[in-house]
Design a protein around this ligand. Sequence first.
Ligand code: SAM
Length: 342
Amino acid sequence: MFEPDGIAPDKEKIAALLADESRQEELFQQADSVRRRYVGDAVHLRGLIEFSNICRNNCMYCGIRCGNKQVCRYRMAEEEVVATACRAADMGFKTIVLQSGEDIYYTSDRMCRIIEAIKKRDVAVTLSIGEREYKEYKAFRDAGADRYLMRIETTDKDLYHRLDPGMSWQHRYECLLMIRELGYELGSGIMVGLPGQSIESIAADLLFLKDLRIDMAGIGPFIPHPQTPLAKEKGGTLELSLRTMAVMRLLLPDINIPATTAMESLHPDGRIKALRAGANVVMPNVTEGEYRKLYELYPGKAGADETPLHSRSIIGEKIKSIGRTIGTGYGSRRRTDVAARS
Ligand code: SAM
């Protein structure tokens, strides 16, 4: 193990920690105590709206890739997105996350109208809509968007280009730099257990995320989807995903780390396990009706049959049952490092 205030370990030491199943309980306990010390016991809830499953990309792992012709596609109208967000705000959510496939129907003007309407409520807005141009990121920010989430997925460029045909790792990285420069809170992350991904590569990913100075880290297992070219792959384990997340907490002790839905999809208490191993955020799905089932990135997605209220109350009870509280503010990152003091 290592202390967050000490010298960050090198890639080899991180890889050894990730590989060591025998000491994982010790790692989880340390990540949990660092989480308590740096970000406290509050769990911040973000209401997630999956507003379109239309995507121009063809990522090999993703159930909504454009090549999957079996998906029934949907796109929510502007007013519908805003109304869903307002209902989530009424339920007490202080952050609304807008996520979609890379659907360019939502032009800069459309997205800005949605963001401005939601920002009339007392909420932070997070976008997770993929790669756009600088002027679009700027327009969204000017319209009031607070945060942006875009996973780098892996820093192994060869693996990335094999899994994300037609996309450029360098371009995705440059988008992340633009987002950070525009003053968004920046979220990124990876999938764990991609075919051909080594432990050393995951260790390199964690150091990359640290160097990128992210404010939020989304780390989840890759879960093979039967309607994708990776259907027969093994997928990531909950344990390795939790160890990866726990090491992220030690490397960046004051950031926001969600207990991801993919973790809950592998185990009925996956999110609780994550909250006890360094996570401090949960993103209950507030998408309504049939749309929920149609945003199937991977099979067995936790909560697909629930209603927003049900999702909110189930996770609320679970959080209280482990002695944690539900955050009442926006739950923005509160920096404790040098950048915050200068
Ligand atoms: N289009 C946006 C983007 O690219 O950032 C956001 C939507 S994308 C579907 C959200 C995330 O889902 C991806 O970044 C990826 O990490 C995750 N994802 C996709 N397919 C998955 C799978 N089979 N298992 C686990 N996670 C998956």
